[in-house]
Design a binder for this molecule. Structure first.
Ligand code: SF4
Length: 676
């Protein structure tokens, strides 16, 4: 059925996610909510808008009734799907106007040309801030009618398109909206109501834009260095509205790039704390923190969630200059980290590998410093080349000297009504200052950081080595460098080598090569079953399920040979490893076995040492008679693990544990310990 109404435009707006292998941590489609809210404000009843999050819902609805216009919010995690669906839309209804928006386009003439050459199903691209530009396009449709060629006679401000002869028209850039309260709230207008019944996480924007311009980030280009704020009253109303309706999640996400930048953000946090008390929602709030703002610690405390991730990305001056990034002041960063550690929270940061100007040594140094500063959770990324970033512009003007490759985005694939789609990310794999081999070298380093440090499986051992003057990074480097040695346990050697092989082979020379590989029925089946996927999780559980004993012997031998000081502490190192080994739940066993309380005699009380936040020497907790430590599993923890185990049940225990680890408190992988 084709929509025939002349003075009304029927619109489907899509902010799609790949949900082929089940629900993930997906968010409300706030972005298209804003576009719809503004369009409704401008054209009221003349626009009839429906919003979509899941590909199958959109496909079903499109088959039932063809709209005049379909809009796709386009980012790296759904770009391939959007492209294929737009071609599908055109194959069924060539007269339907297809519009893309979102920061996944290279903002240059060459970039626009390339985009329209590769996206034959797309008629228009709304660039930068979308509300006004999309409304401009709608105005053009009301003025000129719904025939596509007639709409493309003149440029439209804020919109880019290619005419039938392949000429690119790019309209004037639109200034950002100064008073963003003028955009009606997608929540308060009820536009997002239907999404409360889904397993989606509400996302709220209290401010928009970013005052910084990091060259690898899409915000850097699209914000023009500006930041705008919604009124406090509106933010509070939205939070209340959400808390009263949310059913399927206890998480709230802030879209802001710099939460905590204004004094009033403390008040927002207090308001959330009140909501928590009154309604039980939210239990967890995720946000990107502002830099150099002492109040972020206060906010985290108010929210009772002292897990602060403050990004660094690199600590190298040359790199920071190249990416035009101003980092948080070091003294301030260290002060916050110390406070968080003292409060028993998680102090985190993010580091990106292979930024322009990076060398093997500079990346090692950045990581070393982060460990020295006692950051307790270190998230390591590979630098991606995002289409909407300033960095991607340098490729179009020939200044880009890096080699890139393509990797499947975890779980971002699917088969929707016969439309097979695979999303990829483009990663920097070689720099003038860093070879591909050197970049690959860091893959197991980052894995060990995640495994031994972030996930806490062997954290206490690293803390003790740190006390003996060994930077945890140097220990990890030794574990990697010694892998070929004769006395390395064979199983460990094999696992490390398999990890490195997979880390190399997950990168493809082109998106086409990637697609060709995963679309093969046997590979697609493996993908569907979860055999491919994030390597860190896969190999953490491979070691724990298949070679834990061998790993511990390798950890011990490497540790005691690090220095004479380490060698003189053999007994303590052995005790710590024994403690940690018993502390980790062994999922090879059945539940009855797992539930059995275990007891072991130790000379040192590692629990008390932990409680001292590792500030004192472990030797101070020496019990000459020995101390019995009990490892037990409270009924509640056991039940919660069993539920998760069932929920993510898979023929491979490795896949089950990997999936579970993404949705649970990691401390539940460990027994509780007491000394009686
Ligand atoms: S990385 Fe963060 S600080 Fe830098 S431009 Fe992007 S949002 Fe802003």
């Amino acid at each position: 059925m084709i929509n025939m109404e002349k003075n009304k435009i029927k619109i489907y707006l899509c902010d799609l996610v790949h949900n082929y292998v089940g629900a993930g941590t997906y968010m409300f489609p706030l972005n298209i909510g804003f576009i719809a809210a503004w369009a409704k404000k401008c054209f009221s009843e003349k626009v009839d808008i429906e919003l979509f999050k899941y590909p199958s819902d959109f496909i079903k609805r499109f088959k039932e009734e063809k709209p005049d216009l379909v809009g796709f919010a386009n980012y790296t995690w759904n770009a391939d799907l959007n492209n294929r669906l737009s071609a599908w839309v055109k194959s069924l209804a060539p007269q339907t106007i297809v519009v893309f928006g979102g920061p996944n386009i290279n903002y240059s003439q060459k970039g626009y040309q390339k985009f329209f050459n590769n996206h034959k199903g797309v008629d228009f691209y709304v660039i930068y801030q979308g509300e006004v530009a999309f409304a401009n396009l709608l105005t053009r449709i009301f003025e000129k009618g719904k025939e596509i060629p007639g709409l493309k006679k003149e440029a439209i401000d804020g919109v880019v398109f290619s005419d039938e002869n392949g000429n690119i028209f790019s309209g004037k850039l639109i200034p950002r909206l100064k008073k963003i309260d003028e955009i009606p709230s997608p929540y308060l207008t009820g536009l997002l109501d239907s999404f409360f019944k889904e397993n989606l996480i509400p996302i709220v924007e209290t401010n928009r834009g970013c005052p910084y311009q990091c060259t690898y980030c899409c915000q850097g280009m699209s914000s023009y260095n500006q930041i705008e704020f919604y009124s406090l009253e509106r933010v509070k109303k939205e939070l209340k509205y959400i808390a009263e309706r949310v059913k399927n999640t206890n998480i709230l996400i802030f879209a802001d790039s710099n939460f905590g930048i204004l004094e009033r953000d403390v008040e927002i946090a207090r308001y959330i704390a009140e909501l928590m008390k009154e309604t039980g929602y939210p239990r967890r709030v995720n946000m990107n923190w502002a830099k150099n703002q002492p109040k972020i610690f206060e906010i985290a405390k108010i929210l009772k969630n002292i897990n602060l991730i403050i990004s660094q990305q690199s600590l190298d001056e040359v790199v920071l200059k190249n990416i035009k990034r101003e980092n948080i002041q070091t003294s301030f960063f260290k002060e916050i980290i110390n406070k968080v550690n003292q409060e028993g929270g998680t102090s985190g940061t993010e580091i990106i590998l292979a930024l322009p100007g990076e060398t093997k040594e500079s990346h090692l140094n950045s990581l070393r410093k982060i460990f020295d500063w006692n950051v307790s959770y270190i998230i390591c990324y590979n630098c991606l080349l995002l289409e909407g970033s300033e960095m991607s512009l340098t490729r179009e003007n020939g200044e880009f000297q890096c080699k890139t490759k393509f990797r499947l985005i975890d779980v971002a694939f699917g088969d929707y009504d016969g439309i097979k789609s695979f999303e990829f990310e483009e990663g920097i794999r070689e720099l003038p200052t860093m070879s591909e081999e050197e970049i690959l070298y860091f893959r197991p380093v980052h894995w060990l950081i995640q495994f031994l440090w972030n996930y806490r499986f062997y954290y206490d051992l690293l803390k003790y080595l740190q006390f003996l003057g060994i930077n945890p990074l140097d220990y990890m480097v030794k574990l990697i460098d010694n892998i070929e040695k004769e006395d390395t346990p064979e199983k460990i050697k094999n696992i490390f080598q398999a990890f490195e092989k997979e880390a190399k082979e997950e990168w493809f020379d082109s998106p086409e090569a990637l697609r060709e590989y995963y679309i093969k029925p046997e590979n697609f089946e493996l993908l569907r079953k979860g055999n491919y996927g994030k390597l860190n999780g896969k190999y953490i559980f491979k070691v724990l399920l298949e070679a834990k004993e061998e790993l511990e012997s390798y950890l011990y031998n490497t540790a005691i040979n690090l220095s004479p000081a380490c060698n003189s502490k053999k007994e303590i190192i052995s005790q710590i490893i024994k403690f940690l080994s018993l502390n980790i739940i062994d999922f090879n066993k059945d539940w009855e076995d797992i539930s059995q309380e275990k007891k072991n005699l130790f000379i040192y009380n590692i629990l008390e040492w932990r409680d001292s936040k590792y500030q004192k020497e472990l030797e101070q907790f020496n019990y000459s008679q020995g101390i019995n430590l009990y490892f037990y599993l409270p009924e509640e923890q056991k039940k919660s693990l069993q539920i998760l185990f069932k929920q993510y049940e898979h023929e491979s225990k490795n896949v089950t544990l990997r999936k579970m680890s993404e949705f649970m408190y990691l401390k539940d992988f460990f027994y509780r310990v007491k000394s009686v």
